[in-house]
Design a protein around this ligand. Sequence first.
Ligand code: HMG
Ligand code: MG
Length: 286
Amino acid sequence: MSDFVRIHEVGPRDGLQNEKSVIPVADKVALIDLLSRSGLRDIEVGSFVSRKWVPQMADTDRVLADLTPVADVRYAVLVPNMRGWDGFAAARMPGVTYEVAVFMSASEGFSQSNLNCSIAQSVDRLIPVVRAAEATGVGVRGYISCVTDCPFDGPVAPDSVARAAKMLLAVAPMQLSLGDTIGKGTPDKVARMLDAVLQVAPAEGLAGHFHDTGGQALANIETSLEMGLRAFDSAVGGLGGCPYAPGAPGNVATEAVLDLVHALGFETGINVDVIAKAAEMARGMR
Ligand code: HMG
Ligand code: MG
């Protein structure tokens, strides 16, 4: 089994989307540019969603225009529908490697709150986005939210997560990021959920996305590592939260994940000193 762990930095998107004060584009770009010199290979830099719903991400087009692309870094953006795809297509810069992340929920309550539609409708809306990405050589990633608990529906059955995974994989092969959106997951719950998802997707195709609300994110990552996962999402400085998931502050901090996986003997290719500087910068933006 691989001893390399791939970290997907979500701070500039998941970390900053919840901030109330307006963060200047130049500050976002400075953070992204510093992160892109750390050895990270995946950085999520924004989203093309409704500006009324998530005002903090309304300037993602300017972020794409102003960042200094680094070879080997893939810049990811969230895209829920074709309106979002059109925004991305107009903003993308030549010669840069991008990935679009489509997203859905394993629970109906969060689907309605976050996307204003049912699970089935959300999949219908993301299919043309995936097709457009395929047609233009852009990578695709899929998020499944509320993989253990939903802020509206309560505990989420592992089978519901496996069903969501199957729905996304029926659209196209893609890495699936499994989101503990409100940080209520525990190693036991995560293991039961992964048991179900591993019936429909191989561990190499999965990533763990743990919010640290309950202080369990690192333990959940250890459990996921034991079950074969080698990709995790995190945010420098532990920034984060989803505006449509009450009680979802704090993605697990990138620096804490690096300490854990390095101590366990995994390689990441990431320079912890650069990440420490980026964490300080990110905390200063709040
Ligand atoms: P809606 O209101 O149902 O959509 O929202 P609509 O089609 O009726 O459109 C309403 C207005 O939004 C229209 O504008 C559209 O043009 C516009 P108006 O005519 O009123 O001026 N619109 C858009 N504008 C820009 N970009 C777009 C877009 N689509 C419509 N793509 C919609 C549907 C999906 C847009 C809305 O629900 C939305 O933006 N939701 C935001 C969801 C979001 O970004 N949530 C946070 C990220 S997800 C997350 O954090 C979880 C994750 O981290 C994993 C985890 O932790 O679990 C990934
Ligand atoms: Mg999240």
